[in-house]
Unconditional design. Structure first.
Lengths: 327, 257
């Protein structure tokens, strides 16, 4: 049991080691970009894993935080001509403030009502991205966003962008792992398990909820900044309810009380969108059909997981390790 | 020494007065039982004492400090811990993990320290783990430490909740029906456990229906009926009290006649 658990704990790091060597094996720039998007989604989903998987708080508005980060990065680098790193940090910070605001209703609302509040927040933000034209460029979007720079180094190669994104994912995962394995993670799980019980233990229930929202929003904001810098263009159509549901689907499929499950789900469900590029033989029409049914696939994934495997990938993995130990 | 002073506590739910002008004292180092028929207001009173509910009227002084108006978290940090009639364990966590959450009442390390895995956070975690083991041994259920709460038998669940409450480092422990669902052997073990807890210097208030257990452990008993205190005193006295017998058996008393 202990060996299996250690293995389970190490899994994310093994996965990251594999992820790190991808650019050495894959030279196709488009493919690398897909894997880079997988990393950006993984960053968002890591935050959601903390918020949803550990603290048990649902969010149907996370794309709004990604958008907030993306637009902040665009505005700061293009209009304000800030150094990229500063804009990147500002993106995370502003999204975190948004998370703080969204945390406020979460203190009074639970379950479906919280889901509705986050849904409303997401829709409102999408509207704001369209309407705040002087800042966001409105429906036409915001273009000409520069590549990331670290001091004098401009990161523009597909492989360097890939590594930058996944390095940040790696840092986020290590930090998230530390949080979940120590006191704050235990408080989050307690809150998820029984709010009354958590209160009786002196857990700062309000503080835990607020922190979970803020940290997950921060990671989403950083992911948004990375997206803006990698693609060079952002528009409101990217940060919609559909995207929020996609993120939640990744977190749900990945499973609760896990970081590796959501990581795997984020990568897999991102790759599903680009099957035509990944599998050379696949007929174009099949790929297009799959793409047009993307939302349905996510919806179906959520339903299947909730009905058939409530714990998601993570619990299947846990059951496997437990079973193998018993034999 | 008086540890807890409950004065004129009243709690109404709509037209129903669940707790009606109840006053009593709890002395340090004693076990006091709170008994009464279903709906007598015992759990409501517990909720009022621990910040889970705010009474409409009255005062609760713990070691001289007012408890009314505090949040549950502040009550715990002041040194008053509780368990629930319906156990509120964290099902996905192990028995040991549950008890470790109890330690959070007096832990200080936050998000940032944990995120960076600073030694302070690791030490604190280590201490909580050791304390969990120590408390589960005190309660006599250390063999369940790695079992998920959802897999624990009912009797063990109640004991884990007591261990978890102890992990908060209380000076006053409030137990809401700890013997519910226990068999005779388990109840007997619970009695021993309660004495061990009291002997560590912790004052105990217990709501319980098992009269055998109540008579065995308590130094003093308070009887509630329909929100009112109808009797208070040592077990021998309560056993003979006519109002108490009437409340339990539903007989008319001289008073009522």
């Amino acid at each position: 049991m202990r060996g299996a658990r250690t293995l389970g704990r190490l899994a994310p790091f093994v996965a990251l080691a594999i992820i790190a060597i991808v650019p050495l094996l894959v030279t196709d720039r488009f493919l690398l970009k897909i894997f880079t998007f997988a990393g950006i989604n993984a960053l968002v989903v890591t935050g959601l894993a903390l918020l949803f998987g550990y603290a048990g708080q649902v969010s149907l508005g996370h794309a709004a935080f990604v958008g907030l980060g993306a637009y902040t990065c665009a505005f700061c680098t293009v209009r304000l001509e800030w150094p990229w790193l500063l804009a990147f940090i500002a993106s995370g910070a502003l999204a975190a403030v948004g998370g703080l605001l969204l945390a406020l209703p979460s203190l009074r609302l639970k379950g479906h009502y919280l889901a509705m509040a986050t849904l409303g927040f997401g829709l409102l933000m999408t509207l704001a991205f369209v309407e705040a034209e002087p800042i966001t460029g409105g429906v036409d979007g915001f273009g000409g966003i520069p590549f990331p720079t670290l001091g004098p180094i401009e990161i523009r190669e597909a492989s360097s962008l890939y590594w930058l994104v996944w390095a940040i994912v790696g840092i986020a995962l290590v930090a998230a792992f530390n949080v979940t394995s120590l006191r704050p993670g235990r408080a989050m799980r307690a809150l998820h398990g029984s709010e009354l019980g958590a209160q009786a233990c002196g857990v700062d229930v309000v503080g835990v909820k607020v922190r979970a929202f803020v940290v997950s929003a921060l990671l989403a904001g950083l992911a948004g900044a990375l997206y803006a810098s990698v693609v060079g263009f952002v528009s409101p159509s990217i940060f919609t309810l559909t995207a929020s549901i996609a993120f939640l689907a990744m977190a749900v499929v990945g499973g609760t009380r896990s970081l590796s499950g959501p990581l795997a789900a984020a990568v897999l469900l991102t790759l599903v969108q680009y099957l035509d590029a990944l599998i050379p033989g696949i007929p174009r029409e099949t790929a297009q059909t799959l793409q047009s049914y993307q939302e349905d696939i996510y919806g179906l994934a959520i339903v299947l997981v909730v009905v058939l495997a409530p714990g998601g990938l993570a619990s299947m993995w846990r059951r496997q390790t437990r079973g193998s130990h018993a034999s | 020494m008086t540890m807890l002073q409950v004065r004129n506590v009243t709690k109404r739910f709509g037209g129903l007065t669940a707790v009606d002008d109840v006053s009593f004292d709890v002395f340090q180092g004693t076990i006091k039982a709170l008994i009464g028929p279903n709906g007598a207001g015992k759990s409501t009173l517990f909720n009022a004492l621990t910040g889970f509910d705010k009474p409409d009227h009255g005062s609760v002084l713990f070691e001289g400090a007012e408890l009314i108006g505090r949040r549950p978290r502040d009550t715990v940090q002041a040194g008053v811990a509780r368990t629930f009639q319906n156990t509120q364990l964290f099902e996905e966590m192990t028995a040991g993990g549950n008890v470790m959450v109890g330690s959070q009442a007096h832990q200080r390390r936050g998000f940032a320290t944990a995120m960076l895995r600073l030694p302070a956070a690791i030490d604190e975690d280590h201490d909580a783990r050791e304390q969990a083991g120590r408390l589960l041994r005190l309660i006599g259920i250390e063999e369940w430490i790695d079992t998920p709460a959802s897999d624990l038998p009912a009797g063990i669940r109640r004991l884990v909740e007591i261990a978890r409450a102890l992990a908060t480092g209380p000076r006053l422990l409030l137990l809401d029906e700890p013997a519910a669902g226990l068999n005779t052997t388990e109840t007997h073990e619970l009695v021993q456990t309660l004495f061990r807890v009291r002997d560590t210097g912790i004052t105990v208030v217990i709501v319980e229906h098992d009269m055998g257990l109540v008579m065995d452990v308590s130094d003093e008993i308070i009887v509630l009926d329909r929100g009112r205190k109808i009797a208070e005193g040592p077990p021998r006295m309560i056993q003979k009290d006519r109002a108490v017998i009437a409340a339990y058996l539903g007989e008319e008393t001289d008073e009522d006649a």
